[in-house]
Design a protein around this ligand. Structure first.
Ligand code: NAD
Ligand code: UGA
Length: 479
């Protein structure tokens, strides 16, 4: 950071998947700026401060090295929310904005209670001039509410002023450090040119000026929702085509390649799969749907809602076809689930397709041996609302639960133990290790006739078939 920089001290409220990695990279790139990430969740802060870097609360390739360089130098994690705000020139709000579960707009609108709480705390605790940056993804025009709260503070006794900026985050989990280090763009929306410049100066330490886009507040807020809606729409589009490929003998990978080479379409985000997961796509589209209805645009709302509906359909469709291929019943059958995270290279399971697919199969009475290299089994229990049972003894034969049709699951420490005795394997996350499985050694472990359901298109079907297994790959029809 150049010594004439305006910003000396940053506070980020929210030490989650965005706040933690984003601030770690800012601290790394701006060694003269003190960056403190605060959170009300003491366990999370303790994990960020853990001397063993493998215990950080967020798993992201490359994050440990960045934290190691900056932590204790100019990067700090703390629960002292008020004091940190008071001494900051710039406060990022990076808290959760999930879909409301009750009340007005339940199921669609964003729950802004945490954002509002932050705005109120900042209004109370800030001193001097403070730039407040919306980093969370927010409904368009939220900055109006944030400004109103900050403006309501009684500043007669002390000099307090605020500028509000929107600076949405576009990182994807699993590639967060790469995305932050080399973003396609940095978007800054605001009204006050000096405040925009102060934030731009931070990013200019490593991001080329032409990649820093300046807009008004509302364009910035809306661009974030729109970017996620467009990305998710591509996935629903290719998944809809995958179903048609399966019905017609086409192959979705060939179709994706054929259309993706058109430079107007482009090759990215055309991987058919078990539907999109993650904390944001569904939430942000539903928020867009809510806003469209609110602003009297029901047809636009329906258009975007169909992206989410197709996604849910795809997940149920996969569970349904597993049941159909296994002679119409999975009751008491052992199924190996490979991958529970919503995508590879993250330990995050929020809205993971595996949750809906596993729940559907449990509903049918299946017994699931679940393997994921990074997800904590306790998280899986929470996601499935079902406590894990003991893994059955190897070669124990049908368990009592299986014979009674009782649904259950257990965590498997490795792929082979998940697959042993199973009637089917479902690959739901594209972890690299699942691409490299040796099916000639795995196939004999399964009960025949056995299936591999590859919802990510990661296996070599010929290799699987050579082991005597049946294969279903998403988007692959019988030619
Ligand atoms: P998260 O749930 O992982 O983290 C949010 C943190 O904020 C939690 O640790 C919570 O304890 C803390 N918090 C909430 N209220 C607080 C308060 N009043 N004071 C102090 N701490 C408080 O969420 P996340 O995934 O980091 O997402 C944060 C925002 O960023 C969301 O709006 C999300 O849509 C957006 N976003 C997320 C991603 C992503 O990949 N996860 C990417 C881009 C944007
Ligand atoms: C997504 C966006 O890519 C980020 O730009 C955005 O900042 C972020 O949401 C957010 O706002 O939270 P993320 O959800 O972390 O990032 O991961 P993605 O790589 O976008 O994957 C989302 C889901 O789509 C995953 O379940 C993934 O498996 C699935 N996907 C992705 C496909 O099924 N096919 C594809 O071709 C790409």
């Amino acid at each position: 950071m150049s010594s004439n920089s305006t910003i000396r001290s940053i506070c980020c409220i929210g030490a989650g998947y965005v706040g933690g990695p984003t601030m770690a990279v800012i601290a790394d790139r701006c060694p003269d700026v003190k960056v403190t990430v605060v959170d009300i969740n003491q366990d999370r802060i303790a994990a960020w401060n853990h001397p063993d870097l493998s215990k950080l609360p967020v798993y992201e390739p490359g994050l440990d090295a960045v934290v190691e360089r900056a932590r204790g130098r100019n990067l700090f994690f703390s629960t002292a929310v008020e004091e940190t705000i008071a001494s900051a020139d710039m406060v990022f709000i990076s808290v959760n904005t999930p879909t409301k579960t009750r009340g007005l707009g339940a199921g669609q609108a964003s729950d802004l209670r945490w954002v509002e709480a932050c705005a109120r705390t900042v209004a109370k605790e800030a001193t001097g001039h403070t730039i407040v940056v919306e980093k969370s993804t927010l409904p368009v025009r939220t900055a109006e509410a944030v400004k109103a709260i900050l403006g309501s503070v009684d500043s007669s006794s002390e000099q307090k002023t605020f500028s509000v900026l929107s600076n949405p985050e576009f990182l994807a989990e699993g590639t967060a450090i790469r995305d932050l280090a080399n973003p396609d763009r940095v978007l800054i929306g605001g009204e006050n040119a000096e405040a925009i410049d102060a934030l731009a100066e931070i990013y200019q330490q490593w991001v080329p000026e032409e990649k820093i886009l300046r807009t008004n507040l509302w364009s910035s807020e809306l661009s974030k929702l729109t970017a996620n809606a467009f990305l998710a729409q591509r996935i629903s589009s290719i998944n809809s085509v995958a179903a048609l490929c399966e019905a017609t003998g086409a192959d979705v990978r060939e179709v994706a390649k054929a259309i993706g080479t058109d430079s107007r379409i482009g090759p990215k985000f055309l991987n058919a799969g078990p539907g999109f997961g993650g904390s944001c796509f569904q939430k942000d589209i539903l928020n867009l749907v809510y806003l469209c209805r609110h602003f009297g645009l029901p047809d636009v709302a329906d258009y975007w809602e169909s992206v989410v509906l197709l996604n849910t359909w795809q997940q149920h469709r996969i569970a349904r076809l597993v049941v159909q291929k296994l002679f119409g019943t999975v009751t008491g059958k052992r199924l190996a689930i490979l991958g529970f995270a919503f995508k590879a290279d993250t330990n995050d399971t929020r809205e993971a397709p595996a949750i809906r697919i596993c729940k559907d199969l449990l509903e049918e009475g299946a017994q699931l041996a679940i393997h994921d290299p990074k997800v904590d089994p306790e998280q899986i229990s929470r996601d499935l609302n079902l406590i894990a049972s003991q893994a059955p003894e190897e070669d124990a034969g049908p368990t009592r639960g299986a014979l009674s049709g009782e649904a259950t699951w257990w965590p498997s420490p490795d792929v082979a133990s998940a697959i042993r005795g199973a009637d089917a394997v479902l690959i739901l996350t594209e972890w690299q290790q699942y691409r490299e499985l040796d099916w000639t050694t795995l196939a004999p472990l399964m009960r025949k006739p056995a299936w591999v359901f590859d919802a990510r298109g990661v296996v070599d079907p010929k290799q699987v078939e050579s082991g005597g297994l049946n294969v279903w790959r998403v988007g692959e029809g019988d030619a």
